[in-house]
Design a protein around this ligand. Structure first.
Ligand code: GL2
Length: 807
């Protein structure tokens, strides 16, 4: 579409919608008009692609996830439709501010963090690579809470993301299904003598799908993200006369659980999980039946992927439908389930492992519990014969009065993968060792990835132009070709351009900070970024110790040789996570102290952005010089902000944890700041059982001085929180070994300071990080899933070339 035609279409759309001249709307209205215009452009493609999938009966992937964090869609759609420049020019020629219009879109926070964002990167990459993929999840009425700081404390406000109509979704009421909860169930012989369940007094809920298109990058693919909402079934209105009764239905899809990597065994969460699984599986079965094929080929047409254990109930739900409703034998059904299901594990944290009390499942989902009992019984019988009773019991889905969701997911899947090499190794050797014994070929690694379209092409247009100028634009289709940039490591012109782009991105962020926080930050200072959920294992506190250390040193010796730094944090804490909230309070009070100390000036500034999410990440990441990836080794399954920051030319400050290990393998010693214990060291230290943090505190004056600042009034207004943190580190033996790793962390930070004083040397390393980041494109990750887990053949459109050689 040409600019003039786009302008005319936009004007008409705006005036049709709002009945006022196009010059007089708000940015929200302008966004809505642009959204509607885009819809009219892509809908044909969507319909056509869907029809093509149906006609060809090709295999499709169904990616089940309780979380998606898509971010804003407008620019993503424009980019993928190759209309970004056209739309920008058109709006600007009409006198409108394109960026302001794009920023008027709400950012749907339907996920907590890395896991949800990964699901959205995967949706983008499936469309880009031509993998026929469907996302399946919940349309939460309220997304992850909106974070506010009041007196330095985190306050949670509801995130009403649907206040304005959602421009992209399509309600598909005719595709609704009924999800059944509770009641009684028993088995009775039917007219053929088969035992079938009979239900009584069930609580029925209507699951209504809302579909959002997933447009491929400059190809003809438009996949689908289907999110379900819970409603009263038509004709049942008379049973729901009181607000309480209606609420019982509405609350199923009312809010996202705000806990990251933490399991909460609440009945409502179980309802949500089953609601999504049952609705999604019923949709799949209905679709499969339209193909008019025998059940035995179901696994050749459908791949069901379980993103973490939250969607594990897909397994007994599919068993239920196949056995109870479609009258397959147990053996036939089990084969189908196993061949079509695969599971990704995203964490080894014990507190994140889902286990549901049997009484809860029994009460809410009586037939599903019967099926789980039968899966368990057969597992014990079969595996005891082969491996003995102990191993059979340790791997069984039922443990005493609990159902272990990971066990159920593993035994009923044909593939189990971790999300980084180290993570998969830990799963195989420790966490899931028993399963590895029984199913040696079931395990595989799929290192996470990020979509360069959002995280480089859109978030960093300046960098994208530099890349185009020197290496051509093929990297936009094949991000691995960014490695050609490495040939320019000694090219002064390129290095200078990269520095200019970085500075411009830092200035943009500084303007935001000035506007939103009334704080001046120096764009030439080192921007040191740690953006992720607040969690003890991620060790934001290590960085806090480092800042306190610098602060105290500078107070004593204002001439101390530190580079100017802006410490940037973005982090939400789970509302019930007391410790994490204390760390938030401490960072905010430290910021207050340091930012207002005239003796410190620009040498240290602390920016803790409120309400960190995808859109803020898009602003912060391109501005970063240093990427803090400092979790205790062995704890972070993969991480993905590490990849986004690297792609934008930040150097990584890292422990050898998660995907940091693979970043290190790519860029080498000279282009990363490594510190701290390895996962093996941590393991040994734990086994030795002789770690004594109090002794480190007593014997290391640097550490003692820093920790004392938490309790001696140096940082005002943190009496309770400072004491809590101090005690966790000194009295309660420092579970995440901060004191053990601190000296090497500090040393690495000093090395970063030193390097930052040599801008050209720093820029060379930034260039190398950018160059090698293409390897972490989620396009490749998805192609690996497609090839070795889902067994679907993508019709890739990336420069028309296939992807035979992925490694
Ligand atoms: C996580 C891991 O903690 C994180 O390291 C990983 O990158 C993502 C995606 O694989 O998954 N696991 C988890 O439960 N959450 C994550 O972010 N919330």
């Amino acid at each position: 579409m040409k600019v003039d035609a786009f302008k005319d279409a936009y004007k008409k759309k705006f005036e049709d919608m709002f009945a006022v001249p196009y010059t007089s709307g708000s940015t929200t209205e302008q966004f809505q008009a642009l959204g509607q215009l885009l819809r009219s452009i892509y809908t044909d493609k969507w319909v056509h692609y869907n029809q093509g999938k149906l006609d060809s009966k090709q295999k499709q992937v169904f990616y089940f996830s309780m979380e998606f964090l898509p971010g804003r869609q407008l620019k993503r759609y424009l980019l993928n439709l190759d209309l970004l420049d056209t739309a920008r020019t058109a709006l600007e020629e009409l006198g409108l501010d394109f960026e302001a219009v794009a920023a008027a879109e709400v950012d749907p926070a339907l996920g907590n963090g890395g896991l949800g964002r990964l699901a959205s990167c995967f949706m983008d990459s499936m469309a880009a690579t031509g993998v026929p993929g469907n996302g399946c999840g919940i349309r939460y009425r309220y997304g992850l809470f909106k974070q506010k700081f009041i007196d330095g404390y985190q306050i949670e406000l509801p995130e009403n993301w649907l206040r304005n109509p959602n421009s992209w979704e399509v309600r598909k009421e005719s595709k609704s299904v009924i999800v059944r909860f509770g009641g009684n169930v028993w088995l009775e012989a039917n007219q053929y003598g088969d035992l079938k369940p009979v239900y009584e007094n069930t609580f029925d809920v209507l699951a209504v799908p809302y579909d959002t298109p997933q447009i491929g990058y400059r190809n003809d693919v438009v996949n689908n993200l289907r999110l379900f909402t819970a409603e009263i079934p038509p004709g049942h209105e008379s049973y729901f006369t009181t607000p309480e009764q209606r609420k019982e239905i509405q609350e199923i899809t009312e809010v996202l659980y705000p806990d990251d990597s933490n399991y909460e065994g609440r009945l409502l969460r179980l309802k949500q999980e089953y609601f999504m699984c049952s609705a999604g599986i019923q949709s799949i079965v209905r679709y499969f039946k339209t193909l008019d094929l025998p059940w035995s080929v179901f696994p050749d047409k459908v791949a069901i992927h379980i993103n973490d254990t939250h969607p594990t109930l897909c397994i007994p739900e599919l068993m239920r439908i196949l056995v109870d409703e479609e009258s397959l034998t147990w053996g036939q059904a089990w084969n189908i389930v196993k061949k079509s299901t695969s599971y990704t594990n995203h964490t080894i944290l014990a507190e994140a492992m889902e286990r549901w009390p049997i009484y809860m499942i029994e009460g809410l989902l009586p037939r599903i519990m019967q099926i789980i009992y039968e899966i368990n019984r057969r597992h014990l019988v079969n595996k005891t014969a082969l491996y003995g009773a102990e191993l059979a019991h340790r791997t069984a889905p039922i443990d005493g009065d609990q159902v272990l969701m990971a066990n159920l997911a593993i035994i009923a899947s044909h593939s189990v993968n971790g999300v980084a090499k180290l993570h998969t190794e830990i799963l195989e050797h420790y966490t899931l060792r028993d399963f590895k014994t029984i199913y040696p070929f079931r395990f595989n690694n799929k290192t996470n990835g990020v979509t360069h379209r959002r995280w480089v092409q859109l978030a960093n247009e300046g960098l994208s132009k530099v890349l185009d100028q020197h290496i051509g634009n093929r990297w936009r289709f094949k991000p691995r070709e960014m490695n050609i940039l490495q040939a320019f490591r000694d090219n002064d012109e390129v290095l200078e351009q990269l520095q200019e782009v970085k500075l411009a991105n830092k200035e943009r962020f500084a303007r935001f900070v000035k506007e939103e926080m009334k704080l001046d930050i120096d764009p030439t200072a080192l921007f040191d970024v740690q953006i992720k959920r607040l969690h003890a294992y991620k060790r934001q506190l290590l960085q806090v110790m480092h800042i306190v250390d610098r602060y105290l040193t500078l107070k004593e010796n204002p001439k101390a040789d530190f580079a100017k730094r802006v410490f940037i944090f973005g982090a939400k804490a789970a509302p019930s996570y007391h410790y994490a909230k204390s760390v938030i309070k401490i960072i905010n009070e430290l910021a207050n102290l340091v930012n207002n100390d005239p003796a410190i000036g620009d040498k240290i500034k602390i920016v803790f952005v409120e309400n960190y999410g995808v859109s803020l990440a898009e602003l912060i990441i391109p501005a970063a010089n240093l990427s803090e990836q400092i979790s205790l080794a062995g704890k972070e399954a993969s991480g993905t902000s590490n990849m986004k920051l690297m792609a934008n030319g930040a150097l990584t400050m890292a422990t050898l944890d998660g995907a940091n290990v693979e970043i290190y393998d790519l860029v080498g010693d000279d282009n990363i700041f490594l510190f701290g214990m390895t996962a093996d060291d941590v393991q040994k230290l734990r086994e030795a059982n002789n770690y004594y943090s109090r002794a480190i505190y007593e014997e290391n004056p640097q550490i003692k001085r820093v920790l004392n600042a938490f309790i001696d009034g140096t940082i005002p207004n943190i009496e309770a929180e400072g004491r809590e943190i101090f005690d966790s580190l000194v009295l309660y033996n420092d579970e995440y070994f901060l004191l053990q790793d601190y000296p090497s962390f500090y040393e690495a930070q000093m090395a970063a300071d030193k390097l930052y004083q040599e801008p050209k040397e720093w820029a060379k390393r930034a260039l190398t990080n950018i160059a090698y980041s293409g390897k972490f494109s989620s396009d490749y990750t998805i192609l690996r899933y497609a090839e070795s887990i889902w067994n679907v053949s993508p019709e890739t459109n990336l420069l028309g070339e296939g992807f035979s050689n992925l490694d």
